[in-house]
Ligand binder design. Structure first.
Ligand SMILES: Cc1ncc(COP(=O)(O)O)c(C=O)c1O
Ligand SMILES: N[C@@H](CCOP(=O)(O)O)C(=O)O
Length: 476
């Protein structure tokens, strides 16, 4: 399997190269040259598989440069009930991503039972093991530069801490994440982990990651890699739980399912889009945003209008405070029939700080065929949804999942189960849970008192050159 850049001006590498390389050298994002299709016979077999075996079956279609036995071993090492042990019911779940039924045909899929209580662990734990394997085979090292709005950072740091040949530099928006999220990252004292709190929003941090990656000489000299969902391996790993959720919510492979995905950088729902392109019977993908509704606006109007930092709200679902969604470019590449010249033209506008409008183009008609619908949620909606789900079902949900539940309820369809992806646990957002319910969320065993630990973080301006200098000094 070879990979293409959405901008069409890069060589076509194989999986392990893009795992270490992240962003394509032409500034685009990698996608498989052809999306593999799944047969009905395969679906019938996959329905019976454990999470680790399902991950192996799906990832084998995308990863052809790691021997099958090794890939299988990596999947089994990654997806164990012990790693994903912070389940709602308090015990290890063999399914890894179990469903919680709220009512007939309406489910939460628990994706946040891993070490950092967010769905990012699902892919990041695999990435950690893949990096370790590939770096050892090649005798290489990697220095990861990442950006986080709250969850990618801790998931990456927990997955990479102490890993040989790997250093992590993580940019986070100064003062914008929850106290628990900050403590998860900044309390790590491992020598290979560097936290930089940037004065700005997530988008400023992500721009710096992309600018560093586009500096070919710096990237090569300092062996810079990526763990954000600009790295295809992240998206590939996230495809798996759509299949698992589909099998859990249905009795057979003739049925259809809808997934509702709390969205920011468009990585999670992009994986759902790929699963649907592979042939998983997904009736629709429901995209939920918070007050930062750039993506909702696109799916309602055909206008993609990323906002500036000053127009991006700090909300109570902070991990979705994103106004420039990286993976949206992957979706648009498919929408425009994989015509890289069109993507280059559209992103020339976006990269210059502008917008694009698909109205009056042939792509607007095609959009309906991709089965996306959307909606947005506000702080008041979030509080009401958390309260309602708690009172009606006795289930406590986090603020991002609440955005998903609110929007999912607006798009239910008779006879089609709706699965809302539960992207984080309430323990990470205690302040808003207390505001909604008048009580604190339960913090899982072993994660209590994190906020009281000493923290190690460098506060810096969103200054590309200063951040590069900081990295160079710490790599010396
Ligand atoms: C808890 C949570 N929910 C939702 C999202 C949005 O996911 P994505 O950026 O893949 O759209 C994020 C961040 O990515 C997150 O951390
Ligand atoms: N919401 C993320 C932002 C980065 O998204 P990614 O999926 O591209 O890593 C976060 O919590 O950090």
């Amino acid at each position: 399997m070879r990979y293409l850049s959405t901008r069409g001006q890069a060589a076509e590498p194989s999986f392990c190269d893009i795992l270490l390389g992240g962003l394509a050298p032409d500034g685009g994002l990698y996608l498989p040259e052809e999306t593999p299709r799944v047969t009905r016979a395969e679906l019938d077999v996959w329905r019976q598989l454990s999470y680790a075996d399902l991950a192996f079956a799906i990832l084998s279609k995308f990863i052809t440069d790691i021997p099958a036995d090794d890939l299988k071993a990596i999947c089994h090492k990654t997806y164990t009930a012990d790693v994903y042990r912070y389940t709602r019911n308090g015990g290890a779940a063999a399914e890894i991503t179990p469903l919680t039924k709220l009512e007939e045909g309406f489910y939460l899929q628990e994706l946040s039972n891993g070490p950092t209580l967010a769905f990012k662990d699902m892919a990041m734990q695999l990435l950690g093991n893949l990096f370790e394997y590939v770096l050892a085979k090649r005798g290489e090292e990697i220095n990861i530069l990442g950006a986080t709005s709250g969850d990618t950072g801790s998931a990456a740091e927990y997955a990479m801490r102490g890993k040989k040949g790997v250093k992590v530099f993580m940019l986070s928006p100064h003062g914008k994440m929850s106290a628990f999220q900050r403590a998860q990252m900044y309390s790590l004292q491992d020598a290979n982990i560097f936290n930089i709190a940037v004065r700005g929003m997530f988008d400023d941090a992500q721009d710096i990651v992309k600018a560093v990656s586009n500096d070919a000489a710096f990237k090569a000299k300092y062996k810079i890699g990526a763990v954000n969902s600009i790295n295809w391996a992240r998206v590939a790993a996230q495809i798996v739980y759509y299949f698992k959720g589909y099998f859990a919510a249905t009795a057979n492979n003739d049925q259809q399912v809808a997934f509702c995905v709390p969205s920011g950088n468009f990585g999670n729902i992009c994986a759902g889009h790929i699963a649907r392109q592979m042939g998983l019977p997904i009736a629709k993908l429901v995209l939920a945003t918070n007050e930062n509704n750039v993506l909702d606006e696109f799916f309602r109007t055909g206008v993609y209008r990323p906002r500036k930092t000053a127009e991006t709200f700090v909300t109570s679902s902070p991990s979705m405070d994103i106004s420039k969604a990286s993976n949206f470019e992957r979706f648009v590449f498919d929408l425009v029939g994989r015509d890289a010249a069109v993507v280059r033209e559209l992103w020339a506008k976006v990269d210059a700080g502008g917008a694009f409008d698909l109205n009056g183009t042939p792509y607007m008609d095609k959009l309906a065929g991709f089965a996306f619908v959307s909606g947005a949620s506000s702080h008041a909606d979030r509080l009401a949804t958390i309260r309602d789900v708690w009172q009606k079902h006795g289930v406590m949900i986090d603020t991002h999942t609440a955005d998903g539940v609110k929007v999912a309820r607006e798009h239910r369809q008779a006879g089609v189960p709706m699965v809302v992806l539960e992207t984080a646990q309430p323990a990470k957002f205690a302040e808003t849970i207390e505001e909604a319910l008048g009580r604190a969320p339960v913090v899982p065993e072993g994660l209590q008192g994190l906020e009281k630990l000493p923290q190690r973080v460098e506060v810096m301006n969103a200054d590309l050159e200063a951040i590069k200098r900081y990295m160079v000094e710490n790599l010396a």
